[in-house]
Design a protein around this ligand. Sequence first.
Ligand SMILES: [Fe+2]
Ligand SMILES: [Fe+2]
Length: 298
Amino acid sequence: MARVLQPKDREVTAERLLDSSMRNSYDPNVDVDWDAPLVEGKGFLPEERVSLYGTALWDRLTPEQRIELAKHELGSITSVGLWTEIVLMQLLARYAADLDPRSPHMHYALTEIGDETRHAIMFGKGIAKFGIPAYGPPRAVRVPAKLFGAAIGGPAMFASVLVVEETTDRLQRSMLDDDRIQPMIRMINRIHVVEEARHVRYAREELVRGLESLSRPALELHRLVTAVVAHTVMDVMVHPAVYAAVGLDPREARAAARANPHHRESRRWMAEKIVAFLTEVGMIGGPTRRIWRHAHLL
Ligand SMILES: [Fe+2]
Ligand SMILES: [Fe+2]
């Protein structure tokens, strides 16, 4: 893949993505029926993706508590995703500022910022609708992320963005045709999946182009940053406070989730496609592979 991408392809790709955006974009304010009531008995996440699924703690929960926990976990994942989208807007705005304003490549970067603003509002409205707290990432992640957002660029930036977009995409895609899930969530996921497919294409190609000109030490640095971001994002997706919502001790439940083979497998499954891609293009490799393994993503 690295050798077939030429600089001129950048504009060809951007033109295609702009055309697709024009034909197939959503306005969540009107395309989601926010007034529709939740459907009795439908869930918020596939059971098997809930972090405690299969543990002794899970066995003690009633069916209602399991649905409640899934709702809070979905809320946590969504609020972390929403926050990463805002970080991404900053990254893309800094990136776009240096591009040629006449180029489709720049126009697509701006279009993507537009998509992410609508997504963040859509997710925010969803969390409000379901009456879930806005868990989000802890301060220990929010604060350094501001510095990260101001400093990072190039392949590590695009790879980090892809890790977030593609892991959540896998989870959302798996729910599109899942009849057990609330219809409103499936609609939100459908909107997101359609628009994210373009973001993934844009970032994947830009990552490959960026990698071509990296020196060996720079590559290792970009690999390290990407691995740390991937580990951190996956770790903060489920806020420990979600467990308190069903009367569990957050510390005990978090430890149980971390040791849960089903949960580890879910993380690996969410990351499977992006890990394969990053490995293929050389963004996962060398000594920092250990970090991916430690994060249960390899
Ligand atoms: Fe998004
Ligand atoms: Fe995106």
